[in-house]
Design a protein around this ligand. Structure first.
Ligand SMILES: [Zn+2]
Length: 114
């Protein structure tokens, strides 16, 4: 995971570093490889999760473990805004990963049951 490189600057040149601000990535395509994070519902492509993990859930270590991408994201979600978050996922994060959330003091909200 890439970190913004210190920031701080202070060159006085007035060069804006706006691009360095850590935004969540926007999906590069909108095909069937799109997946939603089961914890925070961020939508990206499988490759983006695999390469960079989830910006909101680095503790899930998706960028290290391909299995984590498969386990912690789902292609089954409904309604989303590109570069944002899906409204609903139907699957729960596996218990194992819910435990990781707890260890990191991160709240996990499972999907509502009908
Ligand atoms: Zn996430």
């Amino acid at each position: 995971m890439r970190r913004g490189g210190g920031g701080g600057g202070g060159h006085g040149g007035g060069i804006d570093d706006e691009d360095r601000v850590a935004h969540a990535q926007i999906p590069t395509s909108f095909g069937p490889e799109l997946r939603a994070c089961l914890r925070c519902r961020l939508v990206k492509t499988y490759d983006q999760f695999r390469e960079n993990g989830c910006e909101n859930c680095p503790f899930l270590e998706m960028d290290r473990e391909n299995d984590s991408v498969v386990n912690c994201t789902t292609p089954n979600f409904t309604g989303f805004i590109p570069g944002c978050y899906t409204l609903a996922v139907s699957e729960e994060l596996p218990e194992e990963y819910q435990g990781i959330c707890q260890e990191n003091n991160v709240m996990y909200v499972p999907p509502k049951r009908p």
